[in-house]
Design a protein around this ligand. Structure first.
Ligand code: ATP
Length: 232
């Protein structure tokens, strides 16, 4: 579902990503770990088709992220690291707009709205203007917008960043539920999240994938503890 082959990206003299090759199948939740500046966000932006790689290819559900960008994006739920929503609408109106923009038929849109409102406890902020939301609320609304159409691929850049413990738990439960039908790649700095949610872990450093193992295997290796010490 997620395929990347030799992705590279440099910003001036900085080689942000250097040969990123990865495959994630439906039903998997893969944690993408690494210290600040490891290249996680840059790799995800290339996978999502928002950043043109200098070399390599990425595909979402079989569609090339750049050359078949529209087809790829229809099958993708992408939560960027910073997902500002510049809109005056209320949360409810904004998410209705997103459902329409994604082309969901009316009955499906109603179901999708009900699911994200219940799953992420958005009822209390339904009539709040999006522009006035707290960071945690804005993050949950951005996530709701990203996953509403239940795409077969989810790319989530630090999905629980800025959330309180209860909200984190809700978001993790939603990701777990969605993963039954989707391939999920999520970056995080939270080791407890990896242990509770992600059976497979990929560790990046210096733009490269350094380790790609089941989380259980990594736990048993002392290398994991070294890795954890620099990403946590
Ligand atoms: P973090 O955990 O802090 O989000 P990351 O692993 O996601 O880090 P990236 O944001 O991909 O890392 O950054 C990789 C490198 O590329 C860093 O050195 C960063 O400064 C650089 N970089 C990323 N985006 C740009 C940009 N638009 N222009 C210039 N340099 C950039």
């Amino acid at each position: 579902m997620i395929q990347a082959q030799g992705l590279c990206k440099a910003f001036a003299a900085i080689q942000a990503v250097d040969g990123f090759t990865l495959q994630v199948e439906r039903g998997e939740i893969v944690a993408l770990l690494g210290p600040n500046g490891a290249g996680k966000t840059t790799a995800m932006r290339m996978l999502a088709g928002f950043l043109r790689p200098d070399a390599g290819q990425a595909a979402i559900a079989g569609f090339d992220s750049m050359r078949q960008g529209l087809d790829a994006r229809r099958r993708l739920g992408y939560l960027p690291e910073h997902a500002p929503i510049y809109r005056e609408d209320t949360v409810l109106d904004y998410l209705r707009f997103v459902a329409r923009a994604r082309g969901l038929p009316r009955a499906e849109a109603v179901q999708a709205l009900e699911a994200v409102f219940a799953g992420l406890s958005l009822n209390a902020i339904a009539y709040q203007p999006v522009a006035t939301l707290s960071k945690g609320s804005a993050r949950r609304v951005a996530l709701a917008a990203a996953v509403m159409h239940r795409p077969p691929v989810l790319l989530l850049d630090e999905p629980t960043d800025g959330l309180d413990p209860i909200q984190k738990q809700q978001v993790r439960a939603m990701i777990l539920e969605l993963s039954k039908q989707s391939a999920v790649l999520m970056s995080t700095h939270q080791i407890d999240e990896v242990l509770s949610l992600c059976p497979r872990t990929v560790i990046m450093a210096g733009g490269r994938i350094r380790l790609d193992r089941t989380t259980d295997e990594l736990l048993q290796q002392s290398r994991y503890h070294n890795a954890v010490s620099f990403v946590a």
